[in-house]
Design a protein around this ligand. Sequence first.
Ligand code: ADP
Ligand code: MG
Length: 421
Amino acid sequence: MDLTTKLTELVLTAELYNKNETFSADDLPYHIRTHYWNIKDKTVSRPIYVAEIDVEKIYDVNGIRESLKKLPFIEFEEFGSQIKLTVFDIASKWFAKQPDAKELIQKNPVLSHHFEKKEMLDVSYEKSKKANKPKEASRQWIDSLLNDIAAEKDSEDMLKLVYILAPEEIEQTLDSLVLTEEQQNGVKRISSAIQHREYLKKIGLFEVGKLLFVGDTGTGKTSTASGLAKRLHLPFIEVRLSMITDQYLGETAKNIDRVFHLSKKLSPCILFIDEFDFVAKNRSSDENAALKRAVNTLLKAIDEISLVRDGVLLVAATNHPHLLDRAVWRRFDEIVDFPLPDKQIRKDIFDCITKNIDNEINTKELSKLTDGYSGSDLRVVVKDAVLSALLTDRTKLSQQDLLKAIQSFDRRIILKTEISS
Ligand SMILES: Nc1ncnc2c1ncn2[C@@H]1O[C@H](COP(=O)(O)OP(=O)(O)O)[C@@H](O)[C@H]1O
Ligand SMILES: [Mg+2]
């Protein structure tokens, strides 16, 4: 793409954003917004100034001086290296004629708002809003909120309890997971609930947005929850109940409150509570009063948080559903099962994991040999096969590599059960 086109995108966007106060930072395209982001104000403050160095950083280019001279509607102030627009209309008309302009405008709500009204190009503000990642997708957004939280007196204790990921930092996408129909439906239902949050609020349906993922380790619970955060552009807050359970149980109840408080501060977001059974074990069987208090605190916190009201989607996960009592189950409006994959799904997972690896493997045969394997086990097998192939300098995976990896995986399982029994 021509440098002059990019440069003009920036000066036009800056000018329109500065003039029209109804634009929010979310109307700026991702590359411009992140560059001008102001952590303190939690937005992009007006006015945006454009200097040579801004163009170089935003578009990762060097030596823009020559390109600048080619554009008659731009004035370059040597002194402050500031780049200014002289005649807006000429710039706008010139830009609309550039071959790559439409591609940029489609991802730039500020510009599509302008060009949609001018009817010069077939673009739409609504569509570009959808194509543009919102501020919640970025690390900067989380850092801005944490900056506020740091002022609270309990903040250090609070932040030690959780692990926070920005959507842009999450590697695994939902598309790279093989999900059962039930899992896909669960994901779809919750996505549409989030999109229609305002409507749910209006009709007073507050008890939506609490999911419980049930299944063995390695069946994709954590990946599905974080993949959901990535798809919906929501910060992902992960907490393991075993980590926040203190030997002083009084502290556990406090920790639970801290985590829920923090997630409200980071809203809209997904709060993922792993090892959910760790605290929510059957209460009646336990004599310990402090533990009961911790469980009650947890149940109350779950009751009091709402996706519709607070913008926090709660996802809890457990490998031990039998440990949960009835009071826990009914608090979730959606229970999603994560079974060990059947033969067909194992084949699909093999296909999915190896899709970017040069190979001559028969995944149907492999799926027959891996009964009882979780998705995560299959990943370990493929990784093992890749590493063995690399030992003999091969980047093409053979069926033999995988068969051997499966054999050694089986041996490891036998070893493990012998040690533990
Ligand atoms: N259904 C699946 N499809 C594709 N990969 C899977 C699937 N289930 C698990 N995996 C792989 O196993 C890894 C570990 O899964 P994870 O989400 O941590 O499981 P859990 O949280 O249930 O223990 C994932 O990163 C993913 O690569
Ligand atoms: Mg997990």
